[in-house]
Design a protein around this ligand. Sequence first.
Ligand code: UD1
Length: 427
Amino acid sequence: MDKLIIRGGNRLSGTIPISGAKNAALTLIPCALLTEEAVTLRNLPRLADIDGFQHLMTQFGVSHTIPGKRPEEFGRNVTLEAMRITSSVAPYDLVRKMRASILVLGPLLARTGEATVSLPGGCAIGNRPIDLHLKALEAFGAQIELAQGYVRAMAPDGGMPGGEFDFPVVSVGATENALMAAVLCSGTSRLINAAREPEIVDLCNLLVAMGAEIEGIGTSELTIHGVRKLHGATYRVMPDRIEAGSYACAAAITGGEVRLEGADAHDMGSTLHALRNIGVEVESDKHGVNVAANGTLKAHNLTTAPFPGLATDMQAQLMSLLTRAEGTSVLKETIFENRFMHVPELTRMGANIETTGRTAVVRGPVELTGAEVMATDLRASMSLVIAGLAAQGETTVRRLYHLDRGYERLEEKLQLVGADIERVGDD
Ligand code: UD1
């Protein structure tokens, strides 16, 4: 298995191109199930998770073509066509590798009247139940059965009428599944306390481009007037706000100055606000975001929350940055129950972090030192890369498959701005 070797201490400087958003792509791809016409997605990131999801789509009879391979560029365009759905079963073997597979449930059910999807099971950052996905579909008129590790959802004869669902907890995935089901219901549906992450807005925008009728886009109350049919569309995936935020932390921890080309400052609001409070200069224009740090960082307290609050997916990276900040920072994780798994590894690199339940207290600044580390999830892995960039000596990050799930050509992008980082095969 490959590993990353980072020799810390280089100040990052230059431009990093930001890829299409992984989490947006993972909900845009299943939209192709909603129409017999072709859906072309532009700017899809080249990631293991995206390849995996495309593979899952072939299970249902969806064809995909990649017009014009251009290996030297980031991103790619893919056309998905679900002229006929040949199966509405998502088997365990495909689902277990990728939790986001649950996002085929809503669109398959809406298009064919039934869907059978393996339960995704636990994952490294907590239990991650799917009860709200199922309750929303039930509210629209679906009948749900659980048996042998599978969810079977069935629409009544004549399709789902639609209905109202008030989310007791804000859930990105459940909002996405509900939206993809509601667009083809025969009546009007209402989602209350819906997630309003930028990726949800991206999903709504694609659905509208396909002929859906949605009111309240960008708010926590969505009204969906069902339509009989959707048509094809061509759509560009939004820039990845978490990738951009991660590289902003990487630049800042090295006292560097980096332009995040293509990043959208509006979507990154709470991350950029946090960075400013930590002492990082942030400027933005229509085409990107510039961050600059002068080497002195200030402690700052942070609490994760649903959008527009601070993304839980930025918590680990900001924690690495705060190990180098002057003073004591308190970080509270409110979304997932088990999301501090990077802490023991950061501690091995010299960080002073104490955790109690969902709170971490970071005391800084410390001198980080290189170590052999590994992480159990995507963002935790990135936090170790960020720490490695500022550490004295060599850091080896193992289990790269986590990073490959979510960061397109990570080491190449960091090399572009002067990082000493390389991917090597394990001995
Ligand atoms: C998505 C993102 C993930 C991000 C998370 C929160 C994708 C592929 N993943 O995950 O990167 O960290 O949003 O911004 O887009 N919950 C329930 N019941 C449910 C569903 C969720 O109780 O049926 C709870 C979860 O346990 C969690 C909270 O709701 O505590 C938020 O989870 P959710 O927003 O659903 O996360 P995902 O969609 O899985």
